[in-house]
Design a protein around this ligand. Sequence first.
Ligand SMILES: [Cu+2]
Length: 349
Amino acid sequence: MSNLSRRDFLKMGGLAAAFGTAGVVTLNQNGPAAIQHDTNHEGVNVHVMQQGDHGDLPGTVGEVDHEKNGFNPTNILTDFDYGKVSTLPNGQTLREYKIVAINKNIEVIPGLEFPAWTYNGRIPGPTLRATEGDRVRIQFTNGSNHPHTMHFHGFHPAEMDGVPGTGPGGLVEPGGSFTYEFDAEPFGLHLYHCHIFPLARHIAKGLYGAFIVDPREGRPPVDHEMIMVQHGLDVDFDDENDFYAVNGIPFHYQNHPIQFRVGEKVRIYLVNILEFDLLNSFHLHASFFHYYPTGTSLTPAEFTDTIVQGQAQRGILEFSYKHPGMYMFHAHVTEFAELGWMGMFEVLS
Ligand SMILES: [Cu+2]
């Protein structure tokens, strides 16, 4: 049995490209690093790093079963959950959300299922969205077999912090539930994730999502708003990422380019929750974007084509294109890009 490091994936990709045949690996249940270059063992055959649809770019062959997964990254882009809205006696807007933690096998690469821990059955979890000053009430139920929490970034009382030692919301046992409630502030782009130890494992398994707090006056209108949550996939549990992705599925937006038109204004809410690697990045081809770190100001801090985010850093990008065509966007960490963090914008005239 020869173990395969993630760099071997790249080597195999080279072979696949050279000989025009897919590299095939098998993931079985024999424990960490049990990825084998062998098609005869029981397990899941995975085609990796074969030539994709766009010239010589690395990519995957075939398509994951989005229906079985229960989510499609194309839909996640614009799937903002504003909650069930009502008005409190004091006039404040109340937004109520229901979140369930469940274990779920998600097909992340055609033929390869990742035994994920999820919020509402998807990676990332729902993009919760509120306006500054709204009361948010999140009824969290733990439908899995490990304790979990929801730890939000933003202002809230200690007992709503979702960290062990802060009361019942700090550790929700399997079968248990807790309601996190606080006012949405400050405005900006935030996130939530599980905060049970070992933390890296609980996050890497898929327990994270974006939390957008819109300014009271709103942001200037744009033609398209999208959420992109950057993360890794450690499919053999050796505390190293085997694949990288935005919104759950590696290479998804390479295989399914995101379409908009020349001159249209695009706003991306970009979150980094990558475990095990220190930095992630976002690079836009053939255009520049205005960047609003953490989204906490309405004045951009930078006009650039590349930004770097550490874990839990996030920011808002605004841009448009002058010319029609296909343009890449990807991590400007080449290894991440070649292992899945790569996408295409299809700019129509
Ligand atoms: Cu957890």
